[in-house]
Design a protein around this ligand. Structure first.
Ligand code: BDR
Ligand code: CA
Length: 314
């Protein structure tokens, strides 16, 4: 089993991803760090601990950066994930507490403990990863690979016309993480929006009689209402769980070229955009020599059935 560190801003789709990972035989969750994004990093840690307890799992959870590298975290995304980050759907409060030290400390310690083997999944803003790179410049040599839910390659953004939330909420951090010399798989809105969960799927979770699936089905009610504002019907994107499934190797991308990706860190209308050099599209998206970021553009199979199978087995 592969050791996996997860960095998250536990809202509703992060919750789906974490429960999916608990149900995944390919990996061992060896640590989780939280970051401010959907909610504050402190609340994200509480939500994470509650979800782990509900799913009968445990691993070190460290509170990470409260603010992005530049500017301040102020509001989060209560309109998307609810005031509590979990669709205003309270879970039993866990008795466990976050570990001492912050998320960057935890990531660095795990990278040394599992040198050459540790994999990273980042499903929130990339502040903790950027901070860990600053504290331990050898991190890219110690880590096996990094999978990131973030960006928008050929489709519009979701917090601005061009910026996706995880990148746009800390573009300076994203620029550092994407420039570092580790193999990165970027799972952008292009593929997360086109692999939705439908109301019939949500009802299967809700009516399963299984505690974790039922709780997730309840949380998704709120998320479906928000997603309906841009899908035109009650359904939801599966951003973070899809990145999780790609990170563990259970879902294989169909089209995923290795290309140059840079993040716009200017103060103009392009701030937070992931500029992916996809000019090779007319040649079938060939890899660019020297590029170390793989941009997932499509999958071989529908994702929702696989996700449901694992969540319903918990
Ligand atoms: C990403 O932003 C957050 O709201 C979600 O949890 C996901 O990680 C989607 O843009
Ligand atoms: Ca997230």
């Amino acid at each position: 089993r592969m050791p996996l560190y997860v960095d998250c801003d536990t809202g509703i789709d992060d919750a789906l991803a974490l429960c999916y990972l608990v149900a995944s035989p390919e990996i061992d969750l060896v640590g989780i760090g939280t970051v401010s994004g959907n909610v504050s990093s402190a609340l994200a840690a509480r939500n994470t601990l509650d979800l782990l307890a509900l799913s009968g799992a445990s691993c070190p959870v460290a509170v990470g950066a409260a603010h992005p590298l530049a500017g301040r975290f102020t509001e989060g995304a209560a309109h998307v994930h609810g005031d509590d980050g979990l669709g205003n759907h309270p879970l039993p409060a866990a008795t466990t507490a976050p570990v001492e030290g912050d998320a960057a400390d935890l990531l660095i310690a795990l990278a040394h403990e599992w040198a050459g083997e540790l994999r990273i999944l980042a499903i929130g803003p990339l502040t903790n990863l950027a901070e860990a790179l600053r504290r331990e410049p050898r991190l890219p040599e110690l880590v096996r690979d990094v999978t990131i839910m973030g960006g928008a390659a050929l489709v519009p953004g979701n917090i601005s016309p061009v910026a996706e939330a995880n990148i746009g909420n800390d573009p300076e951090a994203a620029a550092l993480v994407l420039a570092a010399s580790w193999p990165v798989t970027l799972v952008p809105l292009d593929v997360t929006l086109s692999n939705p969960l439908l109301e019939a799927d949500r009802m299967r979770l809700l009516e399963s009689g299984r505690p974790v699936a039922t709780a997730l089905g309840g949380m998704l009610d709120f998320y479906f209402d928000f997603n309906a504002t841009f899908y035109g019907e009650r359904r939801s994107a599966l951003h973070d769980p899809l990145a999780a499934a790609i990170a563990v190797g259970a879902v294989v991308p169909a089209v995923a070229p290795r290309v140059q990706v840079v993040v716009d860190t200017t103060g103009g209308p392009g701030r937070g955009q992931t500029i992916c050099d996809l000019r090779g599209r007319f040649l079938g998206f060939p890899d660019q020599p020297g590029a170390h970021v793989r941009v997932v553009l499509s999958l071989a199979d529908d994702f929702a059935p696989h996700l449901l199978e694992r969540l319903l087995a918990l």
